[in-house]
Write a protein that binds this ligand. Structure first.
Ligand code: SF4
Length: 218
C-alpha cells in the first residue's frame, strides 16, 4: 500500500523521451535526480549558474553536484560561468528583494541557456531543480521556465512539482545522507550581502564559505 509521502514513479509528459534538467546545486537536485533515476528516465544535468558568487562558492556547489551525478552515472553538462553577463543583466537591480525582479532575471537567464542547449542538442524537454526549495516562488520559476522554452518550437518546460509526495522531506534526507555542502544564502553577491545584514541585525556570526555540511549538527 502506498503512503502519502511515497515517491511516485515519474513519467515524462507525452511526446518526450529524455529530459535536460537544469540543476542549481546538489541539495536541490538530489531528490529530483534520484526520483528520475528510479523512474528509469533518460536525463542529463545542465549546470549553468553564473549567479553564484564568489567563485569559491560556485566551485563548492558545482563539485558536490558532479560527485552526485557521477555516483548515479548521469551525464553532467558543465556550462559557462559567464559572470560578466549575469552582472550586466542584474544592473540596477542590486537592491531588489529575493523573489523580486532580480530573481526573475536570474531564472530567465539560466533557463534561456538551458533551452538553447536543449535546442542545439536534441532535447525537447527541460526542467529545473530550483522549484523544490521552499525558499523559492514556484510560480515565478515556472513562468520563467515556460518563457525560456517558448521561442523554440518543439521545446517544452516541464513544471512538475518536485515538492509533492514527500519530495521536500526526501531532499533533506538525501542531503544529510550524502553530507552535501550546505549553502547559507541563495547564491548571488546581493543575497550574500543581505543574508549577512540579516545575521548582523540578529547578532549572529556572518556566513563562512565552505564550512557547513548537512548532518553536521546532529
Ligand atoms: S537571490 Fe538567488 S535567485 Fe535571486 S538573483 Fe540572487 S542568486 Fe538569483
Amino acid at each position: 500500500m502506498s503512503t502519502a509521502d511515497e515517491r511516485q514513479t515519474l513519467h515524462l509528459p507525452q511526446g518526450h523521451t529524455k529530459l535536460l534538467l537544469h540543476s542549481c546545486c546538489a541539495p536541490c537536485s538530489g531528490e529530483v535526480m534520484e526520483a528520475l533515476h528510479a523512474s528509469g528516465i533518460d536525463y542529463a544535468i545542465f549546470f549553468y549558474n553564473p549567479n553564484i558568487h564568489p567563485k569559491k562558492e560556485y566551485l563548492l556547489r558545482k563539485e558536490e553536484n558532479i560527485r552526485f551525478a557521477e555516483q548515479h552515472g548521469i551525464e553532467f553538462i558543465d556550462a559557462d560561468y559567464d559572470t560578466d553577463n549575469w552582472f550586466a543583466r542584474a544592473k540596477g537591480m542590486e537592491y531588489e528583494p529575493e523573489r523580486g525582479i532580480r530573481c526573475t532575471m536570474c531564472f530567465d537567464m539560466r533557463f534561456e541557456r538551458t533551452a538553447l542547449y536543449a535546442k542545439e542538442n536534441g532535447y525537447t524537454l527541460i526542467s529545473s531543480s530550483l522549484g523544490i526549495s521552499r525558499w523559492k516562488d514556484m510560480n515565478q520559476i515556472n513562468d520563467c521556465g515556460h518563457r525560456a522554452a517558448a521561442p523554440y518550437e518543439g521545446i517544452e518546460y516541464w513544471d512538475y512539482n518536485w515538492r509533492k509526495k514527500g519530495g521536500s522531506k526526501r531532499m533533506i534526507e538525501i542531503s544529510k545522507r550524502e553530507r552535501f555542502y550546505q549553502q547559507e544564502y541563495c547564491g548571488c553577491v546581493y543575497s550574500l550581502r543581505d543574508s549577512n545584514l540579516h545575521r548582523k541585525a540578529q547578532g549572529r556570526d556572518l556566513i563562512k564559505l565552505g564550512v557547513q555540511y548537512y548532518g553536521d549538527d546532529e
